[in-house]
Structures are given as C-alpha cells and as structure tokens.
Design a protein around this ligand. Sequence first.
Ligand code: 3PG
Length: 212
Amino acid sequence: MKTASPNIRDIMATSTVIPVLTIQRLEHAVPLAEALVRGGLRVLEVTLRTSCALEAIRAMRAAVPAAIVGGGTLTRARDLSACAAAGAQFGVTPGLTAELIAAAAKSRFPMLPGIMTPTELIAARAAGFDACKLFPAQQAGGVGMLKALGGPFPDHVFCPTGGVTRANAVEYLALPNVLCVGGSWITPAAAMATADWTTIESLAREAAALHS
Ligand code: 3PG
C-alpha cells in the first residue's frame, strides 16, 4: 500500500528554499511567517524543538493564510498527530522508522521523510515515498551523494537539508533530483532573538531568488 502523500512533491515544488524554523517565543510566530512570506518563501517548516512549536504552527495557520506550514523534527507517531491537530499541512522527519511509516499511512499526513543512506532510501521507497529529505545533506556527502543516488534511483527527488547555505544552495538546486533545499540560514539566531524581521525578510528574498 502506498503511504506517501500524493502532494508532497507539489509542496516541495512551491518553493526552492524551505526555511527550517526554531521558534523560541510564541509571539514571534506570526511576524516571522509574515516576513518570510513577504520575502517570497511560502513553505515553512516549524521544528518541534521548542515548547511553543505546536502553538506557533496554529498561530501561523490562523494568521498567515499564504504560508504553507509544516511541522519538522517529527520522530514519533504522536508528533504527526499533534502537528496535524495544530493545522500543519505537511511533516518532515530527520529519519524514518517503522513507527513513523505506520503513522504516516494511518494519518495520510503528507510527509517528507529523512534518509541518509541507500538502504534507508530503499526502505522509504518500499513504504511508498518518492520524495525524501537528505539529512544531514552536507555531512552525508552533499552534491556528490545526490549525484550518486540519481544513478540507481533516477525517479526519486530530494530536499537536501543540513549544512545547506546561501553559498552552496545553488549547486544543490542545479541537480535534476533536487526540487528544493531546506536550511536555517534564513533565520539567524541573532535576528530571531531581536525580532529583526527586516533582516529575515531580506534573507528570504535573497533565498527566494536562488535558482540553478
Ligand atoms: C535541521 O533540522 O536542523 C536542519 O537540517 C537545518 O540544518 P542547518 O541549520 O544546517 O541549515
């Protein structure tokens, strides 16, 4: 049975860069999403690494309809259901376990599962996924790894994430099996801490203009 969402590729194709967000303060959620959307980045991944992450997803969905908001760092089945309940439109995992595959099949939650090796990719494909996050991309071999994976798996597409930067993103985006990249460089910790939405909007605009 296919477990992958039919529309994760559409979500990936919407934006060349998916900002990976770690939100420390709930009141930052909406102005952050607004700044990113103003800058041209609509697909946002809110990581479940802070206590306000689920509320941040909820707030963004309510106040920023132009954004496509996903939940990230999903490692347990209950993370998927919590994200879906908060209104998230897709989920991203750093890896893929039997528990997550079963949860994705049950919920039909559009998922972008993380893989790092050919064996993990074979398992993801067997579970029905035709698009994955390569994580951590740079550490896993980066552009060379993706070129190599394109040999045996030419129909599989990726969102490399982890170590992707403004400097190397274009090289990733030039690959035929890369639909988009993910990264945190658009939301530097200092800009987040000081609620510097102008800087973040400008970094988003620059990222949105990146292409191969
Ligand atoms: C993550 O999950 O932290 C992402 O891979 C972001 O990685 P980066 O901070 O290297 O962009």
